[in-house]
Design a protein around this ligand. Sequence first.
Ligand SMILES: [Zn+2]
Length: 256
Amino acid sequence: MVLMYHNIAREEQQIDFKEWQPAYDVSYADFLTHLALFRAHEQARARLHLTFDDGYGSLYRLLWPLLEKDRIRCTCFVTTAKIGAAGMLCREEIVALAQAGVEFGTHSHSHVFLAQLTRTQLEQEVLVPQKILADLLGKEISTMSLPGGRYDEALLEYASVCGFREIFTSKPGHEPLVSSKIPNVRLWPRWVITADSTTTELTRILRESKWHISKSVMLHQLGKLGKRALGNTGYHFLWQNLQYLKTSFRSGKDTS
Ligand SMILES: [Zn+2]
């Protein structure tokens, strides 16, 4: 079962990445609670795969020390144009994390949605980041996660030709999907973990609660309908503003 994290936050942060959403930051204290929950669910823990999108620098400072104790499979998906930017992983940190056992995959070059792209854009956003990471780590890169969870068949075909074998989506669920047209690429569902995720929710995921799966799939479908009605950009704009309102509301509440 695959969980999708973004940034782990402990203190004030300076992050030069316009797609950064503080509502997706999980606090360090909450992350420690999550690790304790994983330890308490021995069976689920063996199948657990933690993924971290975008490539935040905090992963080097906060995640690495924890990996020594908790041998859980971890993958970072890096937006390669932002390597070395303020608050993002730099080349040396990526290499150090890889040596510590963290796996690496791409998350596009510049965080565009990987749907409806021209051939040149596909090259720039799929092949270029793969080459950057492969050169840096001296190994083949065959995994990617999708910015905004968006993709289409052209992306799957192109990714397959480039040697990608596992693509991580933002759809909830436990088992990977394989499209009959592109059988050598597995599409992995992921459980999105945000600042708002509760331990009850996480426990339901770890126990593979049928009710929780149905509810999450239904909410995800509603989101997809919203995207269809407003278009990708309109939906993303609305979503970003809702996240902004939520974050402002929360910080207001915290200080009162
Ligand atoms: Zn992202």
